[in-house]
Ligand binder design. Sequence first.
Ligand SMILES: Nc1ncnc2c1ncn2[C@@H]1O[C@H](COP(=O)(O)OP(=O)(O)OP(=O)(O)O)[C@@H](O)[C@H]1O
Length: 757
Amino acid sequence: MDQPDRTRADVDAAELAAEDAHVGGLYARLDALRAQTSDQLAEVRRTKATGTHQSRFERDAFATLYEDRLSQLWSVENRLCFGRLDLRPGTPDPRRYVGRIGLADERGNQLLVDWRAPAAQDFYQATAAAPRDVVRRRHLLTAGRSVTGLDDEVLVADAGGRTTGDAALLAAVNAPRTGRMGDIVATIQAEQDRVIRASERGVLVVQGGPGTGKTAVALHRTAYLLYTHRDRLARSGVLLLGPSPVFLRYVEQVLPALGETGVVTLTLAELFPGVVARGSDSPAAVAVKGSLRMVDVLAAAVAERQRVPARTIRLDLDGTRVQLRPEQVAAARTRARRSRRPHNEARVVFVREVLQTLANSLARARGVDAVEERDDLLQELRESIDVRREVNLCWMPLTPQKVLAGLYRNPDRLRALAPDLDRRERAALHRDEPTAWSEADVPLLDELAELLGDLDDATSAQARREAEREEQVAYARKVLEEFEASGVGNDYVSAELLADRFATSGPVGTVAERAAADRTWAYGHVVVDEAQELSAMAWRLVERRCPNRSMTLVGDVAQTSSPAGARSWAAALRPLVDDRWRLEELTVNYRTPARIARVAADVLRAAGIEATPPTPVREGEHDPVAIPLAGPDDVAGVLAALTAAVPGEGEGRLAVIAAETTGPLGSDALRAAARTALPAGTVAEGPDDLDAPVSVLDVHRAKGLEFDVVLLVEPAAILRRPRGANDLYVALTRATQHLLVAHAEPLPAGVRVQPAS
Ligand SMILES: Nc1ncnc2c1ncn2[C@@H]1O[C@H](COP(=O)(O)OP(=O)(O)OP(=O)(O)O)[C@@H](O)[C@H]1O
């Protein structure tokens, strides 16, 4: 080795040692903070430990704050610091270390900048073309607490050193997958960072092809918004809506690793408290249930339950006969409807009107003064079972479930109430077992809940929540003063935080629990992943959960598989916000190597779907391979391919993706066969198990997930599904390294994959 190289190597070694020492110092500070917080926690636990129930409650609320702080300090252990920014001399803080959390020394000097802070922004945004004040961006590669490598990007030519900067990113995208999504905080790219830090106001749509990091960006944006608008969002809550429980499990570790817990994560199927939507629908039913035409159908179904009898009703009240004429009921109904209140609340007006009419008749029949005897007459009418029955027949208190089940069960009613639906659509809605609710029913139940009104009035619930909050903050202030007087407490704990804790450690549960259980909860921000799958009716529901319309919607209209999903963002969002939404696009594919991505792009093109597939960040090393099968039930052929492809220990995960769950080459049959053929523990027990080395899934379940190796079974069958080209595109873009295509039928247009030579 010649002299200059040795010098370079010496410099590199010295730099590495210096960074290692610096990072060691950061961990020492982290340890000190953990110890200090543990002490504070122990002290709080000791304080008033023998007090009354109330003082124990105060102490516990205080303690949970320290517990949360401690668990945050523990959650940032892995890759605490991952970068350094060198700025132009003369800039304030010209050398900044960037990490998962902000750290300062005892004197308040900043040691580590939280990746979400404005001071860290240049770490993600600076480019060679627009370096801002950045001279050098350095990625620190770490193992445990040690720095094992440096990857420098020099953004100003005369600063010396190399100009790569890709090593950290390439190491991340090439790493074997674990079955759980990891965070990308060390390697967020500039176009992603712009989305993450975009204003929380209004509706932001993030469109991007497969693997562009939409899910990753949605999660990091959530963490960013919680950091930047902590006060408001910790109280109102953030809702993350994902496409399936398995997907939510796949991403569940990302936010805690970023130090954020307490985000409400739900699927659409879980958005109507009290209903577990496990049923399934035909594509035709999904399409009609998701259509805006259901708004009128549901309104008609409720109006139809506000009835005027065809004939005069005769009532006997303790020997006195009175009549209730249809026109009197009609007048009461008109008044009730004019109140513009939902059905169950307007019913109060209806009942009052009918009873008043009857009281007048009763007074006349008995020859008593209607005004003087009013209270007694009304009382008597209210207690009469006959009166109650007749009033109920005209205007029954209703639940959403009851109205919807009635609609599905009764074809005649459906025909009368839904004249805009054709015969085929009405047949799709008909069900003998109407209460096996499906995901597509949830927006309809929610719509009905709005039309019917809760028994517990939503506005008073809101007012009650606000009053409780004021009380809690005032109380927290007093408690804090007391604790501070006894030497406990620091800058970290504010009255607002403590009040949140009173609210969340009492019997009512955490903000997340309360929000998830309350249909009328107004979230401060809603993030929707795979947003292209939502139907028009689902959008109405989402809007009700987020009246301030502060939303981040991420998705890809080229991947839509739901028959009621979006074909374009403009069309999907028009009923929601007209054209008042912003679009950001992600253009780089971090998942799929170019060799595989080209096949996916060809499939889109062959199907005539207009979309620009994202640009892969790497070429990849393996061409996709075709594996001929002997016929449509050649399970042995699939198993042979699977056995040959199973990754070794620590080499990642494999997914077998089939068109459907049923059939000889469906995911259920293939899973059962694979579990028998491969050693115990190799193949996942069911479609929702993410931890085994091999998963067997239908294409619908594979959405949003990724695997090192994908064995795709019979692409022609996937293409035959409704919106099959979109599904095939999804299936072809799940692999990070290898794609194998097993087929008996001819390969569909665009799937130009050769057998292994
Ligand atoms: N900046 C980045 N650094 C490292 N890895 C990244 C980066 N951005 C995305 N990735 C990785 O790329 C993969 C794809 O990301 P993600 O699942 O968020 O994409 P997506 O756009 O949601 O895809 P799909 O539309 O298929 O669901 C993930 O493994 C993610 O961690």
